[in-house]
Structures are given as structure tokens and as C-alpha cells.
Design a protein. Structure first.
Length: 695
């Protein structure tokens, strides 16, 4: 049945457009809907989700496409649909409200009922079925009850809403004296907490559902690097990180044929995922696998990093350069259908020897693991398979690789999951950093070029009049950016500058930092708001310190400002980062392992990053870059400036001819230039050996 479209038809968000022909009279968030609710004194039904969300699709099919349910929604409420990827500000506010009202975590779809005049929520939930089941009320019946409560209990709702607003005020009341010394105590406490939550049987942290928790893994790798520098080698920290990376790479969280990581595992063993693929997971995971390869030389890590980068380029990078947002969990209205296999279908694509090896590798002789089908997981190691089949590991690896390619080619003929082709600035910042790190550690110029293309796109399409825009789709970029957009993009540029220096990109990083300070810093209490000073006034202006699905923007911003401040000798950046750390100090001490992005900033505040500046011919500098980055040196920034580049302010400005010169800057003091690589490395190592982190 062709229905006339609702007000979402003019939007660019694929998620909103999915609902443009619902019988529900949806509106986007904006004056038209908010004014209508106020005029008609109808509560606002706010529904927040995203295009790759499986349970969002389920609720849409059950309720939002149902004419009977839509009639109730249209009669009793003003209905607003929000894409949480376009409006993370609204999502953060109302997820926090859900936590307050229900005393449990939220998720998507998020269903919140707001008072029409104040937009304060008085009811919150997530998915609701059309009819009562799973211990949940039926959605239509629930809406009747909520509307009746709104009409008959206004005083109670008003009193509750005042409490909600007071709760938001208390969140923002955190403060810390600048006289409080910043110490390394939270760094050591986070290490202990991560071990307490570590799953020694399966890797990862906590039980089902199990998420990658990339900031946890990054913290463990940085902690190991610090311990190595101290001469104490915390191999336990390294093992927790690398074991988790191995289990994820061998498990169902990783697409064993096409590469890329799914959102999370529904079980604690990494077997069955929730099948959507998010750019914001894959960018950080790409960086982690490249770093793990650099540390361990484990071939698995190099393969997974390489394949993930290739997947990003092949399936997630627009022709114009930016990276798309998500791949859906569903295809042909079934979750995971694109990725699942029947054993006979696999057998039909392979010869007998290939099938024998692949069956052993993926455990196809075992029972199906997902609704009568197989989602591919690695069941046996190449070593074991080679031993059983009387051949070499290399031979097994090559033959399994060829079989995987055949399956991948066949899978490409299936109906693919939908792709959300929004290009989001913050998520592109994460992907640029991941691609740049992979290019740097794996010596892959094609990965660097991919990152450069994405950054060029953002500068061309999402930077206007000195301000970032948060997302782009179909030639439109209507929304001003958030803290994460500035912080993550700055972080990505700083990583990219370590592979190849570019004066224009360095200046762009400065512009981002200046706007970040001017528009987002809380000058009275310290830290950074999620929304800019001139953003739409909402019921609460979040200032987020803890890591969520994404690392905390405050942590990434503080870290980027510390790095840029030391690189350029700009003390304003360092002062702003220090104020942020003081403001977050109570949170850092209370639950340090929930604030890993801020812990990285704290680490580099206490132990300033070491800047290595190389000057000379690009090809000659490659060897210097690789040697200076080995072993893993997370607090060392290495910038290679060609003869036509400009030296950094305050540093030695000599330009080498037919050779390479290098100098080291610690804090604001720089060494004399050197042209002997071995001698320079020896000096770097000696300098590090004399430095210890304050405790």
C-alpha cells in the first residue's frame, strides 16, 4: 500500500527516510513538532534509533507500520523520530534520563515521552512489542496508559520533572580545585580494575553481551609500554589485550570472509554477533590490530589489520573520500542472513580437499550455531590442522585462504545489508586515525592515501566559515558539529601527521583546537561541553567524561590539546587540558577504568610526549620513522618534514641535503640535531631510561 509521506520525507538520514511512509505522523526534531506539541498540549513521543539497529527495525515493523498503533500515536501524541547518529546531543540527554527514570541502562530504540512545554521526560523505555510479551507491555496499551496518566496526574508529572531537572543540575555541579595534585594513581587503579573485569577464559571484559571495549585494550597496551620503559614489563597487561584481540579475530565478532568487525557478541565466547558493522568500532580496532602487530609480530594481527583496512576502503569509503557510517544487521528482513551458511552450500563451492581443510578450520562438523545455520568462527588452529592433514602451516593457510575467497565471491552475489551512507565527521576522525596508524605501522601507502582522501573530503564539505558540520548526505550538511567531531578529527590529523607532515593539515589542526576552546570549553569549571556555545538550548548541556560506545570527547580533546600544545609550544592548550583533568579528577579516581580516554590525557600530562622531528628526503626518512617507532612508543610523536615543509615553531630549522637530520624535544626543550641514526636511537633510549612517571 502506498501511503502519503510524513514530514520525514525531506530529511537526508537513511534512518528517518525508512520511516517516511509509516502511517505514524512522524516529525523530525525541530520547531514544527515542538510548537505543535505545545499548542495542542500533547505529550511528545520521542523515538531515537539508527539505520543499522535490528530492534529498531523490529519495533518499526510491529508498531510503526501498523495502522491501529499509528492511530493511537497520532491521536494522543506528537511523534518525533531522531537519528542518534545525527543528533547525539539528544541521544545523550535522553539516554541519561532513561537511566534516571528506570535505574538501568538504555539502548536503541529509545522510547521517551516528554512534557510538551518543557521537553522534560516523564517516561522512558527502549523496545516495546506490539502485544504484551517478553515481560513487556504491549506498545499500544502502554501508550493509552501514558496518555491517561498525563491527563489525570499533571501535578505528579510536574513534580517528577522538577526532580529530573535537579538531577541534571547535580551532574553539572562537579568541580575540583586546581590545587589538587594530579597523580598517576588512577592509571595504576585502572590496570587493577581491568584485570578484575577481565574474562580469563574467553578474553574481553565482563559477560554477555560482550563488546570490544577498544579503550580498555588501548589502556592495557599503553600500560604495558610504560612498564617496559620502567624495566618491569607488565606482561599480564599485554596478555589481556592480545588474548582479547586474538579471540575476537578468531570468533564470530569478525567477518571471517569479508572482514570488518560487528558491533558486539551476544555471548561471552565471541561466537554470535549482533550483525551490524559500525565505522566507529572498526576505526579504533584497526589501529589496535596494527599496534598489536608492531608489538608482537603475530601474523594474525597483521592479516586482520590489513583485511579490515581493505574492507573499509572497499565497502565503506565513498568515491568522494569520506567513510560511510554503518552496514545494517539485516538483509531481506532477517538478521544476519547475508553472513550465514548451510554446510551443503559451502561443500558445493569447494573441491574435496578444500572443504576438508575449511571444515576443520571453521568446525563445520559441529552443530549449527545460529538458527540451523553456521556463522563462521575459527574452531582449530592452522598448526593443528597442518599436523592432522600432514602438511605445512603455510600450505594450510594458503589453501584455506583460497577457499575463503571462493566463499566470499559467492556471498557477494547475495542481497547485501543496507548501508547508511551518512558521512559523520566524528566517526571519520576515528577511521582516519585507524587508517593512518595501520599505514604507519604496516608501511602501507594505500592506507595513508585513504585517510588523506577522507580528510580532504571533510575539509572540502564539512568545514565552513571556521566551523565543522557534523554530517553529510546527498550534498547536504545541515547540522553544526559537536565536541566529538572536533576532538576525534584533531586526533586523527595528529596521527596522520606522524606518517607525512603537511603544513596545511597542521594549520587545520590548530583551527580545530582554537574553535574547540572558543565554543566548547567550560571556562568557569573546566572541561568541555558536548554542544557548542551557540547550539540549540536543550534541557541539559552534557559534559561527558566517561567512555561509552565512543571514547569520551573530553578525554580525546584533552589528549589532542596536550600533544598539539607540546608540538607548537602553545601553553593555552596545555592549560585547558589541565583544567579538564582537574574537573574530571573525582570521576577518574572513583571509576578510573571507565575513563580510559581521560587516562591517556592524564598520562601525557604527567609524562609529556616526546617529539621527534625528522627533516630531509621522504624515502630516506622512512627508515628513521620505522626505527624511532620501534618498539611500541605511544608517547612518542614522530613527524617527518620534507625539504619543502616548514619546521615546527621553536625547533631547529636546519634542512638537510641528501641526508636526514633529527632532533628530539622533551616538553619545551629541544636537543641539537643529529644525522647518525644509530646514535640518535641510542640517545632516545637513554633519555627514556632516565624518565619515570610521577606517582
Amino acid at each position: 500500500m502506498n501511503r502519503p509521506p510524513n514530514a520525514l520525507i525531506e530529511e537526508t538520514s537513511p534512518y528517518l527516510l525508512q520511516h517516511a511512509h509509516n502511517p505514524v505522523e512522524w516529525y523530525p526534531w525541530g520547531p514544527a513538532a515542538l510548537d505543535k506539541a505545545r499548542r495542542e498540549d500533547k505529550p511528545i513521543l520521542l523515538s531515537i534509533g539508527y539505520s543499522a539497529c535490528h530492534w529498531c527495525h523490529v519495533m518499526a515493523h510491529e508498531s510503526f507500520e501498523d495502522a491501529t498503533t499509528a492511530e493511537v500515536m497520532n491521536r494522543l501524541f506528537v511523534n518525533i523520530k531522531v537519528d542518534r547518529e545525527e543528533r547525539p546531543d539528544l541521544d545523550k540527554i535522553y539516554q541519561t534520563a532513561h537511566q534516571l527514570l528506570t535505574q538501568r541502562g538504555g539502548g536503541w530504540p529509545l522510547t521517551v515521552i516528554l512534557a510538551p512545554a518543557t521537553h522534560v521526560p516523564f517516561f522512558a523505555g527502549t523496545y516495546f512489542p506490539k502485544s504484551a510479551r517478553y515481560g513487556l507491555p504491549g506498545f499500544k496499551d502502554l501508550l493509552d496508559q501514558i496518555a491517561s496518566h498525563y491527563q489525570n496526574h499533571r501535578d505528579d508529572i510536574d513534580a517528577q520533572n522538577r526532580e529530573v531537572l535537579r538531577f541534571f543540575d547535580r551532574i553539572d555541579a562537579r568541580s575540583s580545585s586546581a590545587a589538587t595534585p594530579l597523580t598517576a594513581q588512577p592509571l595504576d587503579a585502572a590496570r587493577r580494575q581491568l584485570e578484575q573485569h577481565y574474562d580469563a577464559d574467553h578474553g574481553g571484559f565482563g559477560g554477555a553481551p560482550k563488546f570490544p571495549h577498544t579503550t580498555n585494550l588501548d589502556r592495557l597496551l599503553r600500560h604495558w609500554a610504560m612498564s617496559r620503559q620502567r624495566g618491569s614489563n607488565d606482561d599480564g597487561a599485554l596478555s589481556m589485550a592480545t588474548t582479547t584481540l586474538k579471540r575476537m579475530a578468531h570468533g564470530g565478532l569478525y567477518d571471517q570472509l569479508g572482514s570488518g568487525f560487528y558491533r558486539y557478541s551476544v555471548d561471552e565466547r565471541w561466537v554470535i554477533p549482533h550483525f551490524e558493522k559500525m565505522l566507529y568500532d572498526n576505526g579504533p580496532l584497526l589501529a589496535l590490530y596494527a599496534i598489536a602487530w608492531q608489538i608482537t609480530s603475530e601474523p594474525l594481527f597483521k592479516r586482520v589489520a590489513t583485511e579490515t583496512a581493505q574492507w573499509l576502503i572497499r565497502e565503506m569509503q565513498a568515491t568522494e573520500g569520506g567513510y560511510y557510517s554503518t552496514l545494517d544487521a539485516d538483509s531481506e528482513s532477517e538478521e544476519g542472513k547475508y553472513y550465514l551458511w548451510q554446510r551443503d552450500d559451502i561443500r558445493s563451492l569447494l573441491d574435496e580437499d578444500e572443504y576438508a581443510l575449511l571444515s576443520d578450520y571453521f568446525g563445520l562438523d559441529l552443530a549449527p550455531n545460529f538458527e540451523g545455520a553456521w556463522h563462521l568462527n575459527v574452531a582449530n588452529t592452522l598448526d593443528d590442522i597442518a599436523r592432522r592433514h600432514g602438511t605445512t602451516v603455510a600450505d594450510v593457510g594458503n589453501r584455506i585462504g583460497a577457499a575463503r575467497t571462493k566463499l566470499f565471491t559467492a556471498r557477494q552475489q547475495r542481497t547485501k545489508p543496507g548501508r547508511d551512507e551518512k558521512i559523520l565527521t566524528a566517526w571519520n576522525g576515528l577511521a582516519i586515525k585507524g587508517m593512518a596508524a595501520a599505514g604507519r605501522y604496516l608501511q602501507r601507502d594505500d592506507f595513508i592515501e585513504s585517510a588523506i582522501k577522507a580528510l580532504t573530503f571533510i575539509k572540502s564539505h564539512l568545514w565552513r566559515e571556521g566551523r565543522l558540520l557534523t554530517g553529510y548526505k546527498d550534498g547536504r550538511a545541515p547540522l553544526r558539529a559537536y565536541l566529538d567531531d572536533y576532538a576525534f578529527l584533531l586526533d586523527g590529523i595528529l596521527e596522520l601527521l606522524q606518517h607525512r607532515w603537511n603544513d596545511e593539515d597542521a594549520q587545520f589542526a590548530v583551527s580545530l583546537a582554537e574553535t574547540l576552546l572558543a565554543q566548547f570549553e567550560d571556562e568557569s569549571k573546566g572541561g568541555f561541553f558536548f554542544t557548542a556555545n551557540d547550539h540549540e538550548k536543550l534541557i541539559y548541556r552534557p559534559k561527558i567524561f566517561s567512555d561509552e560506545a565512543l571514547p569520551a570527547g573530553n578525554g580525546i580533546a584533552a589528549h589532542g590539546l596536550i600533544r598539539l600544545g607540546h608540538m607548537l609550544g602553545e601553553t593555552r592548550y596545555l592549560d585547558a587540558a589541565e583544567r579538564c583533568l582537574h574537573t574530571a579528577w573525582h570521576d577518574l579516581n572513583e571509576t578510573p577504568f571507565a575513563h580510559n580516554a581521560l587516562l591517556t590525557a592524564l598520562e601525557e600530562f604527567l609524562y609529556p610526549p616526546q617529539l621527534v622531528v625528522l627533516r630531509g628526503d621522504p624515502e630516506r626518512m622512512r627508515t628513521w620513522q620505522e626505527r624511532c617507532a620501534t618498539p611500541y612508543q605511544p608517547r612518542r610523536m614522530i613527524v617527518a618534514i620534507t625539504d619543502d615543509g616548514h619546521a615546527l615553531p621553536g625547533a631547529n630549522d636546519n634542512i638537510a641535503e641528501n641526508t636526514v637530520i633529527a632532533y628530539r624535544c622533551d616538553g619545551f626543550a629541544c636537543s641539537a640535531s643529529m644525522s647518525d641514526l644509530d646514535q640518535f636511537i641510542a640517545e632516545l633510549d637513554a633519555k627514556e631510561a632516565t624518565q619515570t612517571l610521577k606517582t
